[in-house]
Design a protein around this ligand. Structure first.
Ligand code: BGC
Length: 426
């Protein structure tokens, strides 16, 4: 899926007060931002956890609108005097068929979200309708964007050579800056109504939301297939199910249970006492990381962890032979390393596309955000080393650019505000 975003990276001259509403995988966030020449002067924010099992779109959008209203009430002083229109940048981190910078229909839910009645609808209209019910028509979405697009736009202030935005969090995706003439999905009319800086008027560009989570060309294992069968969108989002934080614990669970069933591990215990390992699906990526990095001589922490997810929690953790605990640690590590390497291959191939089809670049920056990238110990290092290796082995033209991979934070929210600012400036 390659989705035009109807925006380009900002020029750096945008100023004003903007609201960013960031609806992603796990959290809903509101940010009020004052910008001056693209520099954030002031900012307040608040977030809440959103349950992916929210059953209907009505409840979902009413929750988002109520949260916005409460947030604005709390921060009235930030808005004094109240503007006639408060421009909103709305980050909606799901596949959206964008029809303009401020409108787009949900193609499908990902990351196991279920809310009914939203697919095929314009998510900006749904939000405006709920805001209108609360007499908040003056709060108006002027820019709708994906979190990858927000990440890329927010990073360009600090990293002017940024061309790629990547999210490695609950879900996974990337966007990149493409030459307008190469975007066949948009005609010239679309090109002229899109936003881009004046310096680029001659060679217009637009950011493309790749929705790379849907790529299915990487080799998969029977365990990947099992995870796929357990999910709502079977057969879709295959790359996302191999790399992102929503699915890595599922993959670990499936692999552990297979190893137990086959008698490769934990056969010191009665299989009935083990039951289905992590039956209640409580395993988190944080715990996977802890086991992966347990370097103590007897691996006590890892042992306790293995028992914690067995049916019978009174099993003796010291009965597990050390080599099995080491094997389990290696299994977890392999699953995480594969995620980082697949992401690195995808990033490097995208770099190759940009440098072999676009202008000559001396430097190119990849901006990455997301909990897996930032919080999982060792992930960043593995990813950076793998991008390095891949870039060296791929054909990158006669003078390959210097590639920088940088972590950015808050991009999905800040970027939305910056894109909103670009729209207002036009
Ligand atoms: C969504 C993308 C989003 C990514 C990261 C995926 O599940 O389809 O739109 O960018 O998650 O949040």
């Amino acid at each position: 899926m390659m989705i035009p975003s109807f925006t380009d990276t900002p020029s750096g001259n945008e100023s004003g007060v903007f609201l960013a509403v960031d609806f992603g995988g796990t959290n809903l966030r509101c940010l009020l931002i004052k910008t001056e020449l693209n520099t954030i002067r002031n900012k307040v924010q608040r977030s809440m956890v959103l349950d992916p099992k929210i059953p209907t779109g009505e409840i979902l959008f009413s929750t988002i609108a109520s949260f916005i209203v409460e947030f604005l009430e709390e921060n009235k002083s930030f808005l004094e005097p109240r503007p006639e229109v408060l421009p909103v940048g709305f980050t909606f981190s799901f596949p959206i068929q964008q029809t303009s910078i401020a409108s787009g229909k949900l193609i499908m839910w990902t990351k196991e979200f279920v809310a009914s009645g939203v697919v095929g609808k314009d998510v900006v209209e749904l939000l405006h309708a709920e805001l209108a019910k609360r007499k908040y028509e003056w709060v108006k979405v002027v820019a709708l964007c994906n979190d990858t697009v927000g990440t890329l736009c927010a990073s360009t202030t600090e990293h002017p050579t940024a061309k790629i935005g990547v999210i490695l969090g609950t879900g996974s995706n990337a966007c990149y800056q493409e030459r307008m003439e190469a975007i066949t999905k948009i005609n010239q009319e679309g090109a002229s109504s899109s936003s881009s800086s004046s310096s680029e008027a001659a060679s217009k560009k637009m950011i493309i939301n790749m929705e790379w989570g849907g790529y299915d060309g990487f080799p998969s294992t029977p365990e990947d297939d099992e995870v796929n069968h357990m999910t709502r969108k079977q057969g879709q989002q295959r790359l996302e199910k191999m790399v992102s934080g929503r699915y890595l614990p599922m993959l670990v669970r499936v692999c552990m249970n297979k190893c137990i069933r086959c008698g490769w591990i934990l056969n010191c215990f009665d299989q009935e006492k083990i039951g289905v390992w992590d039956k209640n699906e409580e395993l988190s990526l944080i715990e996977i990381g802890k086991v992966e990095h347990d370097r103590s001589p007897n691996m006590d922490m890892a042992r306790s962890f293995i028992i914690r997810f067995c049916e019978d929690k009174s099993l003796d953790k010291n009965a597990i032979p050390l080599h099995e605990v080491v094997l389990i640690r290696s299994l977890f590590h392999a699953i995480v390393v594969r995620s980082a390497r697949y992401a690195a291959v995808a990033i490097s191939t995208l770099i190759q596309h940009i440098v072999t089809t676009g202008e000559q670049l001396e430097e190119l920056t990849v901006a990455i955000d997301g909990s897996v990238y930032h919080k999982h110990i060792g992930y960043k290092e593995e990813l950076h080393a793998s991008v390095d290796k891949c870039c060296k082995s791929l054909m990158m033209g006669p003078t390959p650019p210097e590639v920088h991979v940088v972590g950015t934070q808050d991009g999905s929210g800040l970027g939305a505000a910056i894109i909103a600012a670009v729209q207002v400036a036009h």
